[in-house]
Design a protein around this ligand. Structure first.
Ligand SMILES: Nc1ncnc2c1ncn2[C@@H]1O[C@H](COP(=O)(O)OP(=O)(O)OP(=O)(O)O)[C@@H](O)[C@H]1O
Ligand SMILES: O=C(O)c1ccc[n+]([C@@H]2O[C@H](COP(=O)([O-])O)[C@@H](O)[C@H]2O)c1
Length: 203
C-alpha cells in the first residue's frame, strides 16, 4: 500500500488489514512516498518523519512491514518504479497494490499506466466521500473491496493538530505521541480565517 502517510491514520490501517484478510496476503508492505508529484505545492512533511510514523503505526502487526524504496529513490515517486523495485526484491511474489477510491479514480493519470497492470493487481477500497469504480480499468487486474467506512484523512488530522484539537483514535497512539514529540503540523495554517483558535475564541 503506497501513500504519503502524512500522517498514517486508521483509515489506512483498516483498509490494509481488510485487504490482507480477503486476499490472504502474506504481507502488506506500506510504502511511504518520496516526492508525491501529484501533491506538489502542498507542504509535505520530511520523508523520514512519515517513514517513522508508518513504522510506529504498523509495528504491532506481524503481517505489516514498511519499505523505504520510494523514499530512498531520488526524484518524483512513480508507482511504476515502486512495483519494479518491490518485484526485484521479491521476484517470486505476486503483488497487489492497495488504493483508496480517490486514488483509484486518478490512476489513469499515473506514469506508464498501461504497464502498471502487468506488474501488479490493484485493489481499490471504499472511502467515504468517493465513488469506487473500475470504469476504464482492466477488470481482470482490478478488484474492488468494501471496507468499514473510516471518514479520516491525513489533511483533517494535520488541520486538527494545527488547531490544537485531538487526533486521538484517528491515528494510533504512538503516532499521536510522535507528532507531539516532533511538533509536526503545529505551524500549519488553520483552515478558514487565519487567526489561531485562541484568538478566534476572543472575537
Ligand atoms: N479513510 C480512508 N479509507 C480508505 N482509503 C484511504 C483512506 N485514507 C486514505 N486512503 C487511501 O490510502 C492511500 C494513501 O493515502 P494518503 O496517504 O494520501 O492519505 P490521505 O488521507 O488521502 O491524505 P491527504 O488528506 O493528505 O491527501 C490512498 O490510496 C488513499 O486513497
Ligand atoms: O505513479 C504515479 O504517477 C502516481 C501518481 C500519484 C500517486 N501515486 C501513488 O499513489 C499512492 C497514493 O498517493 P497519495 O499521493 O494519494 O498519497 C502512492 O503510492 C503514490 O506514489 C502514483
Amino acid at each position: 500500500m503506497g501513500g504519503t502517510f502524512d500522517p498514517i491514520h486508521h483509515g489506512h490501517l483498516v483498509a490494509a488489514s481488510e485487504v490482507q484478510a480477503t486476499f490472504g496476503l502474506d504481507e502488506v508492505v506500506f510504502v511511504p512516498t518520496g516526492e508525491p508529484w501529484q501533491k506538489e505545492g502542498r507542504n509535505v512533511s520530511p520523508a523520514e518523519h512519515r517513514y517513522l510514523m508508518t513504522v510506529v503505526a504498523t509495528a504491532s502487526n506481524p503481517r505489516f512491514t514498511v519499505s523505504r524504496v520510494d523514499i530512498d529513490r531520488p526524484g518524483k515517486t512513480y508507482t511504476i518504479d515502486t512495483l519494479k523495485d518491490l518485484h526485484e526484491q521479491r521476484p517470486d511474489t505476486e503483488l497487489y497494490f492497495i488504493t483508496g477510491a480517490d486514488a483509484l479514480a486518478q490512476i489513469l493519470s499515473w506514469k506508464d499506466v498501461d504497464a502498471l497492470f502487468g506488474l501488479a493487481q490493484f485493489v481499490g477500497v471504499t472511502r467515504p466521500g468517493y465513488e469506487l469504480s473500475e470504469a476504464g480499468l482492466p477488470g481482470d487486474r482490478v478488484h474492488l473491496q468494501e471496507v468499514p467506512a473510516m471518514a479520516i484523512s491525513s489533511t483533517d488530522c494535520r488541520e486538527r493538530v494545527a488547531r490544537h484539537e485531538p487526533v486521538w483514535y484517528l491515528v494510533p497512539d504512538g503516532v499521536v505521541q510522535y507528532i507531539n514529540k516532533h511538533q509536526l503540523y503545529a505551524a500549519a495554517p488553520a483552515s478558514g480565517p487565519s487567526a489561531p483558535k485562541e484568538t478566534r475564541a476572543r472575537d
